[in-house]
Write a protein that binds this ligand. Sequence first.
Ligand code: ACO
Length: 311
Amino acid sequence: MNAHITGTGRFIPPDILTNQDLSRMVDTSDEWIASRTGIRTRHIARDMSACDMGEAAARAALDTAGLSPADIGLVVVSTTTPDRPLPSLACDLQLRLGLENAFCFDIGAACSGFIYALDIAALYLRTGGVTHALVVCAEKLSAITDYTDRRTCVLFGDGAGAVVLSAADKPGGLLASYLAARGDGGAALHCAPGGCIQMEGQEVYKFAVRAMPEAIEKTLAKAGRNVTELDFIIPHQANIRIIQSVMHRYGLPPDKVAITIDRYGNTSSASIPIALDELAREGRLRPGALLLMTGFGAGLTYGATLFEWSV
Ligand code: ACO
C-alpha cells in the first residue's frame, strides 16, 4: 500500500494586514519588509479560531477527494496555536466535521508540522490500519505575535491547509521522507505559555539554509532520485531569501518553486499545504509529477518529503 494525496484544501482569512499597516504600528517600512523577507501582505484571522480555519480547509480537502466524513479513519492536526490546551484541535475538528470513524490527535513540530504529520499518517496507511487520513495544519500566529516587536510582527500570518491521504495499491504517492530535530537550537525560536514568539532571526536563518538542503538531499537519496528530476519544490515560506538560497544552490528555475510568502507571510505549518492546494487547483500538478516539500521551524525541527503526484 502506498500513501497518495487524493484531496487538498486551504483557507485564508479575508482580513489583510499590509506592510503599510504595520509601518503605522511599529518603526518599519514596506521597503525594509519586502527587501528583507519578500512579504507584502499577510492575512489575519481576527475573531476566527484555528478550528474555524482548519474546518474550512478540511472540508475543501474532503470535497476534492470525493469522500464523506465517515470515510476518514485518522485525523492528524499540526498547530502551534490550538484554541485551548484540551481537548486536541483534532478532536474539535472531528466533532465539527462528523469524522465519526477517526482517531484523532495533534502534533507539535511547529513549521515542520506538515512534513511530520504527512509521514505519521502515511505510516498508518502503509500498515493497512487506515484507508483515508486527514492531515490539517491550522495556524493563528497572530494570537502569539507581539505587534510592538518589529523584528517578529512583520513576518507572521494566519491560515490553514489540509490534505486527504489515501492508501492505494498503485505506484507513486509518498516515495521517501526525512525528519530531523535539533533540540539544542530550541532557544533560537520559542514562546512561553501565554506569551508571544521570541526569535533570534539570524540564528534561525543560518539554521534554515543548512537544514533544508540536508533534508532535500537525504530525501532524494533515499528515493534514488536527483534534484534535476523534480517538477516542483514547495519550501516552507519563512523568508524569500531562504527560498532563493535553495533555488540558487540547485539551479531551480522560478516556475518549479512555489512561492506564496509575498501574499501570506509565514503561516507556520500551514504554509506548505496552502501552496500545495494552490498548485493543485491551478492544474499544475499532472499525474507523475515529482514534488518535494521541505520545512524547518521551532524545535528546531526540519524535514522533507518526496511525492509522485498520482491524481
Ligand atoms: N523593520 C525595520 N528594521 C528592522 C525590522 C523591521 N521590521 N526588523 C529588524 N530590523 C532592524 C534590526 O533592529 C536591526 O537594526 P540594528 O542593526 O540597528 O540593530 C537591522 O534591522 C538588522 O536586523 P537583522 O535581524 O540582522 O535582520 P535580518 O536581515 O537578519 O532579517 C529576519 C531579519 C527577516 C527576521 C531574518 O533574520 C529571517 O528571516 N530569519 C529567519 C526567520 C525564520 O525563518 N523564522 C522561522 C519562524 S518559523 C516558526 O516556527 C514560527
